[in-house]
Design a protein around this ligand. Structure first.
Ligand SMILES: Cc1cc2nc3c(=O)[nH]c(=O)nc-3n(C[C@H](O)[C@H](O)[C@H](O)COP(=O)(O)OP(=O)(O)OC[C@H]3O[C@@H](n4cnc5c(N)ncnc54)[C@H](O)[C@@H]3O)c2cc1C
Length: 507
C-alpha cells in the first residue's frame, strides 16, 4: 500500500479500558505523542463500560483497584460500583489529556505485520493506518460467551448476557432464569431478587463465597486522604500487602486454604438454614481453585422463597420452558446468561497476522503463551497488556497492568536506543523458557490441583491465564526488556535486485 494512502503513527494502542488508558498515559510520560488509541465503542471504560448489570461492582477494594499514578482520595465505598470506576477512568482520560489520541468507533478488524517496512498495517472499521508498534489492550474478558443451548431460538421471551444488560427491559414481576453462578451472577442475583416474581438459578458448579466487607468511606477518611495524600498510599500499600501474603497459600500450600473453606461454610450457614439447599450450594473442590467470590447478600437472596436453585446446567429450551440437565422444567419470561467470556481463546488473536503469515490464534492453537505475558514469537513490535498468564486470583489486575506498562516503557526506550527502522521479535527459545518456568510453578498451585475445572484452564486443561506468583515477582520480571530475549530486526536492501527484506541484526 502506498505511503500517502493512510496515516502512520508510531504506536497504535487497541482498547481503552484500564490497559489502553494506562498505556496512553505511560506513552506520554515516555515522551511519545505520536500515538492513537483505537476503541470499538464510543467511550473509554472497557469492562466498566460494558458491564452495567444491576449490582456490578469490583471485588478488589477501590484504593487498590486504581492506578498508582492517579490515586483517588474520593472513592465513595471500600468496594466501588461500576459507575464510579467508569467515571474514574473518564477522569483519568481528561486529567492526562488523552482525548486527542482517542479514536472511538474504530474496531480493529485486522493487524498484519509488514516485514519489509517493519510496521503493522491496521484495518479498522473507520479506516486504515500503519504503526511501528502495536499495544494490544483488548482485555482478558471483552467478549461475552453464550452457550449454544438447543432450542434457544424457540424462546419467545427476552434473552441477554450479563455483559450486555438490556436496561430497557423491566424485570419487575417477571419469571427469570439466571444461567451461571460466577462472579457476575452472584452480584446480579441479590440485586434483582426483590423485584422478580421468580428467579431460577442454574448452577453447574457452586462457587465458594466469602463475605464482602463493603462500607461507605466516611467524609473524614476522604478529607484525610485529600489533605495528606500519603495516607491514600498507605491504605493502598496495606491492601496490597495483605493480598501478597495470601499468595503462598494459592501457589504453594493449597491445603492451608482449608481454614478459609471453614469461614466460607460459616458464611453460607448463617443465611441458608435448609440443609438440602446448603448441600446443593457446597462446593466439592478446594477453595481458590475457581475465583473466590465475595458477597454478603448472595446467600440471603437465595434463601428467599421466590428463588429456586437448580443444581444442574441449562441443557435445552422448548418455547418458554427451560430444561435443566437433571430434567427440571420451568417456564420463564426472560433468560439472563451469566456464562462468562472468551478467555483462553482471546478474540483479538484471530485478527493478528504475524511475520510468517499465520494468525496469533493459529500460533496459539495449542495454548496461549507470551514472553513475560507480553510478546509472542513471530509478532515483532506487538505487545499485549494482560496477556497469557498475567491474571490474578486474589488481587488487583491494575497491579499487573502497571507492571506491563513498565515493560512497554522499556520496550519503547530500547527501540529508541537502537534507533532507525527496527523491530524486536521475541525469540521462540525465550518464550518457551519463560512458559516452561510458569507452567512448572503452576503444577503446585490451587488452580491446577484444587479439583475443579475453571475458565483459567484452556481446552487442553493447561492454565494459560493465571500468574503463579506474587504481583511483586511479576513487577520485578517486567522491569526491563532483556534484549537477549529478542531478535533485533532491521530492513535490508538487496544491492543487486533492490528488493527489501528483513534480517536479524547484531545489537
Ligand atoms: C464483570 C467484571 C468484573 C471484574 N471485576 C474485577 C475485579 O474485581 N478485580 C480485578 O482485578 N479485575 C476484575 N475484572 C477484570 C477486568 O477485566 C480487569 O481488571 C481490567 O478492567 C481489564 O482492563 P483492560 O483494559 O485490559 O480490558 P477491558 O476493560 O476489557 O478493555 C478492553 C477494551 O478493548 C476494546 N476492544 C476489544 N476488542 C477491540 C477491537 N478489536 N478493536 C478496538 N477495540 C477493542 C473493548 O471495547 C474495551 O473497551 C472484572 C471483569 C469483569 C468483566
Amino acid at each position: 500500500m502506498a505511503e500517502h494512502e493512510h496515516e502512520h503513527v508510531r504506536v497504535a494502542v487497541v482498547g481503552s479500558g484500564f490497559g489502553g488508558v494506562g498505556a496512553a498515559v505511560r506513552l506520554r510520560r515516555e515522551g511519545v505523542t505520536d500515538f492513537v488509541v483505537l476503541e470499538r465503542a464510543d467511550s473509554v471504560g472497557g469492562t466498566w463500560r460494558d458491564n452495567s448489570y444491576p449490582g456490578c461492582a469490583c471485588d478488589v477494594p477501590s484504593h487498590l483497584y486504581s492506578f498508582s499514578f492517579a490515586p483517588n482520595p474520593d472513592w465513595p465505598r471500600t468496594f466501588s460500583g461500576q459507575e464510579h470506576i467508569r467515571a474514574y477512568l473518564e477522569r483519568v482520560t481528561d486529567v492526562f489529556r488523552l482525548r486527542p489520541h482517542l479514536r472511538f468507533n474504530s474496531e480493529v478488524k485486522k493487524m498484519t505485520w509488514d516485514g519489509q517496512e517493519l510496521r503493522w498495517e491496521i484495518e479498522t472499521s473507520s479506516g486504515r493506518l500503519t504503526a511501528d508498534l502495536v499495544v494490544s489492550a483488548t482485555g482478558p474478558l471483552p467478549d461475552p460467551k453464550v452457550p449454544d443451548i438447543p432450542g434457544l431460538d424457540t424462546f419467545p421471551g427476552k434473552v441477554f448476557h450479563s455483559a450486555r444488560w438490556d436496561h430497557d427491559y423491566d424485570l419487575h414481576g417477571k419469571r427469570v432464569a439466571m444461567v451461571g453462578t460466577g462472579a457476575s451472577a452472584i452480584q446480579i442475583v441479590p440485586a434483582i431478587q426483590p423485584d422478580v416474581a421468580k428467579l431460577v438459578l442454574f448452577q453447574r458448579t457452586p462457587p465458594w463465597v466469602m463475605p464482602r466487607i463493603d462500607r461507605a468511606i466516611t467524609g473524614a477518611e476522604r478529607r484525610l486522604h485529600r489533605a495528606v495524600p500519603l495516607t491514600t498510599q498507605l491504605r493502598r500499600g496495606l491492601l496490597w500487602g495483605i493480598r501478597e501474603l495470601q499468595v503462598q497459600a494459592f501457589t504453594k500450600h493449597p491445603n492451608e486454604l482449608g481454614l478459609v473453606e471453614q469461614l466460607a461454610k460459616r458464611n453460607m450457614a448463617r443465611a441458608i438454614k435448609d440443609p438440602a439447599l446448603r448441600a446443593k450450594l457446597t462446593p466439592d473442590y478446594r477453595i481458590g481453585c475457581k475465583r473466590i467470590l465475595l458477597s454478603s447478600d448472595y446467600y440471603p437472596a437465595i434463601a428467599r422463597p421466590n428463588v429456586d436453585v437448580v443444581a444442574s446446567g441449562l441443557s435445552e429450551i422448548n418455547g418458554s420452558t427451560v430444561i435443566a440437565s437433571d430434567g427440571t422444567e420451568t417456564e420463564v419470561d426472560a433468560i439472563v446468561f451469566g456464562t462468562g467470556f472468551h478467555v483462553t481463546d482471546m478474540p483479538i488473536a484471530e485478527r493478528v497476522v504475524g511475520a510468517e503469515g499465520r494468525t496469533l490464534a493459529e500460533v496459539w492453537k495449542d495454548g496461549m503463551e507470551a514472553l513475560r505475558g507480553a510478546s509472542a514469537a513471530g509478532f515483532p513490535n506487538w505487545m499485549t497488556i494482560i496477556g497469557p498468564n498475567t491474571g490474578l486470583g486474589n488481587s488487583s489486575m491494575i497491579l499487573m497492568i502497571e507492571s506491563q506498562l513498565n515493560y512497554l516503557a522499556d520496550f519503547v526506550r530500547q527501540l529508541d536506543v537502537l534507533g532507525g527502522r527496527v523491530a524486536l521479535d521475541a525469540r521462540p527459545s525465550a518464550v518457551h523458557a519463560w512458559n516452561r518456568r510458569v507452567q512448572e510453578r503452576m503444577k503446585r498451585t490451587v488452580w491446577n490441583t484444587g479439583g475443579c475445572t475453571s475458565w483459567y484452564l484452556d481446552a487442553a486443561g493447561r492454565n494459560t491465564t493465571i500468574w503463579p506468583g506474587t504481583t511483586g515477582e511479576f513487577r520485578r520480571a517486567t522491569r526491563r526488556v532483556d534484549l537477549a530475549e529478542y531478535a533485533v530486526l532491521r530492513p535490508r536492501t538487496d544491492v543487486r535486485t533492490g528488493e527489501q527484506d528483513t534480517v536479524e541484526a547484531a545489537v
